[in-house]
Design a protein around this ligand. Structure first.
Ligand SMILES: Cc1cc2nc3c(=O)[nH]c(=O)nc-3n(C[C@H](O)[C@H](O)[C@H](O)COP(=O)(O)O)c2cc1C
Length: 198
C-alpha cells in the first residue's frame, strides 16, 4: 500500500480533503496530513474541525469516526524540519486538496515557504505523483497560467468539479465523486461513485 501526503490549503472545500484522508486510510494507505494557516482557518469555519495542538492525528481520526490505530500522522504546516520536507524521505505522492490559488501560485514559482509548498516542490523535483484539487471560480488568466505551469512540471490537476451523470442526490455523493476521481489518478481502488457503463 502507499504512503501519501494530503495537504489542506485555504480554498473552500476542506470536506474534500477530509474525505480523501478517510478513504486513503480505509484503503490501507499511510497518510501524513498537513495544512496551511489559511487551510486550518477555513477548515475550522467550514466543517468545525480545528487542528488541536495536542494529538492532532488522534483528534482527526476521532472527528472522522475512524479507528484510532489507523496510520495517520499530522505534520505542522510551519515545520520545515518535518521529514516530508526532504526528497530523501520516501512518500509515494501528495495531494493538495483543496488547493487554493495562493498555493498554486506559490507552488508554480517554487517558493516553498511553508511545509505544504515545500512538500509539493519535493514531489515535483523527485518526479513523484503530485495531484492538485483546485477550487476557485472563475479562474483568472494568472490562475490558469499557474495551473498550466504546474501541469507542465508534472502535476495532475483534478479540479473540484462534481459530475451529474451519476445523478447525485446529496452533497456527500458530489464530494465522493471528486474524491473518487483523485483516487483514480492514484490507482487506489474505491466504490465512491457508480462507473459509467457498469
Ligand atoms: C471562507 C474562505 C473561503 C475561501 N475560499 C477560497 C477558494 O475557494 N479558493 C481560493 O483560491 N481561495 C479561497 N480563499 C482565500 C484563501 O484562503 C487565501 O488566498 C489564503 O491566503 C490562501 O492561503 P494558502 O494558500 O496558504 O492556504 C478563501 C478564504 C476564506 C476565508
Amino acid at each position: 500500500m502507499g504512503r501519501y501526503v494530503v495537504a489542506i490549503t485555504g480554498a473552500s472545500g476542506s470536506v474534500y480533503g477530509l474525505r480523501l484522508i478517510e478513504q486513503l486510510l480505509l484503503a490501507g494507505n499511510e497518510v501524513v496530513y498537513t495544512a496551511t494557516h489559511a487551510g486550518r482557518d477555513v477548515m475550522g469555519f467550514e466543517v468545525g474541525f480545528d487542528i488541536p495542538p495536542e494529538q492532532p492525528a488522534e483528534a482527526l481520526l476521532e472527528f472522522l469516526e475512524l479507528d484510532k490505530s489507523l496510520p495517520l500522522r499530522h505534520a505542522c504546516g510551519e515545520d520545515l524540519f518535518d521529514p516530508i520536507a526532504s526528497g530523501s524521505h520516501s512518500m509515494d505522492g501528495m495531494i493538495v486538496c483543496p488547493a487554493s490559488m495562493g498555493f498554486c501560485g506559490s507552488a508554480a514559482h517554487g517558493l516553498a515557504s511553508n511545509l505544504p509548498e515545500r512538500a509539493a516542490d519535493v514531489m515535483l523535483k523527485e518526479r513523484r505523483r503530485l495531484v492538485l484539487v483546485p477550487r476557485e471560480t472563475p479562474f483568472s488568466l494568472i490562475h490558469l497560467r499557474n495551473l498550466t505551469s504546474l501541469a507542465e512540471a508534472g502535476a495532475v490537476v483534478v479540479p473540484a468539479m462534481p459530475a451529474f451523470y451519476t445523478r447525485p442526490t446529496t452533497l456527500d455523493e458530489a464530494v465522493n465523486f471528486v474524491v473518487g476521481k483523485v483516487l483514480d489518478v492514484l490507482g487506489v481502488q474505491h466504490e465512491l461513485f457508480p462507473r459509467w457503463g457498469e
